[in-house]
Ligand binder design. Structure first.
Ligand SMILES: C[S@@+](CC[C@H](N)C(=O)[O-])C[C@H]1O[C@@H](n2cnc3c(N)ncnc32)[C@H](O)[C@@H]1O
Length: 260
């Protein structure tokens, strides 16, 4: 699969790519944090508007592939878990039995997640942790599953985040990453480009009061390695049986891997 030129490769580059802008090493995380602090309160609504509700289907598919067991004691970590979408689905799919931790670096996103958990009366079933995916505050081999949805492209040092995923998973543990990826269908890619660069920042301006954070989101999608290059990064972190599935022509891809 040919990768478009603006994407970074498995050799790296996301550390200093803030959308299409090159920033100094160490600067990106602060800029990303500003974006999510600004969008937190409108994040869920904007997700529906920007994806026409498709993000719900992709997230459902992620948790279906994860297939959490319905036994107590099974532990899942959802990194960059934001407002809790993946955590709620994992908990539901496990029949309320899974022990779920949501980790995110941004307190504003976590605050929305905690409020949603309280409204669903599952706040006693989910632990919210404010921390960096590059430095997880957990012992080695703690979790049965590590999930991350639309999060990893925002993390500056993807190799460190993947190494941490491998470290905190127990042997036999599952890694699943849902992320925007490379569209591989001629008609879909043109419609998707027009929607991404034309409509999304405008919707952001009207609904969330600012176009800029949404320009970052769209551009960051285009800098992220394509399916094959990201699979290579996952393999390099030590994972086995790395595979992926495309959704909606590759607009999103779900990578799966195992710590064996
Ligand atoms: C696009 S949101 C995804 C939220 C949620 N997973 C979802 O799918 O709706 C990206 C999230 O990544 C978080 N994030 C960015 N950098 C991070 C880091 N270094 N460590 C942990 N979370 C990070 C942001 O705060 C934000 O909540």
């Amino acid at each position: 699969m040919k990768q478009s030129a603006e994407r970074t490769t498995a050799r790296g580059g996301m550390e200093t790519a803030y959308g299409y802008r090159e920033v100094a090493e160490g600067e990106k995380q602060g800029l990303v944090d500003e974006v999510f602090t600004r969008v937190a309160r409108r994040y869920d609504l904007m997700n529906d508007l920007m994806s026409g509700g498709l993000h719900r289907l992709w997230k459902d598919a992620m948790v279906t592939w994860l297939n959490p067991p319905r036994r107590p004691g099974w532990k899942a970590l959802d990194v960059a878990g934001g407002t809790g979408d993946i955590a709620f689905r994992i908990l539901d799919a496990s029949g309320g039995n899974a022990d779920v931790t949501v980790l995110d670096i941004n307190p504003s996103m976590l605050a929305v997640g905690r409020e949603r958990a309280a409204r669903r009366r599952v706040d006693d079933r989910i632990t919210f942790v404010e921390a960096n995916a590059e430095e997880l505050p957990f012992e080695d081999t703690t979790f049965d599953a590590y999930t991350i949805a639309f999060g990893i492209r925002n993390v500056p040092h993807i190799d460190q985040a993947l190494a941490e995923a491998w470290r905190v998973l127990r042997p036999g543990g599952r890694f699943l990453c849902l992320e925007f990826s490379e569209v591989d269908m001629p008609f879909v890619d043109r419609v998707y480009d027009a929607w991404s660069f034309g409509a999304i920042p405008r919707i952001g301006a009207v609904v969330a009061g600012s176009a800029e954070p949404y320009r970052y989101l769209v551009e960051s999608i285009r800098r992220f390695p394509n399916q094959e290059n990201f699979a290579a990064l996952i393999r390099r972190a030590g994972f086995d049986r790395v595979t992926w599935r495309n959704y909606s022509g590759g607009i999103a891809a779900l990578h799966s891997a195992w710590k064996l």
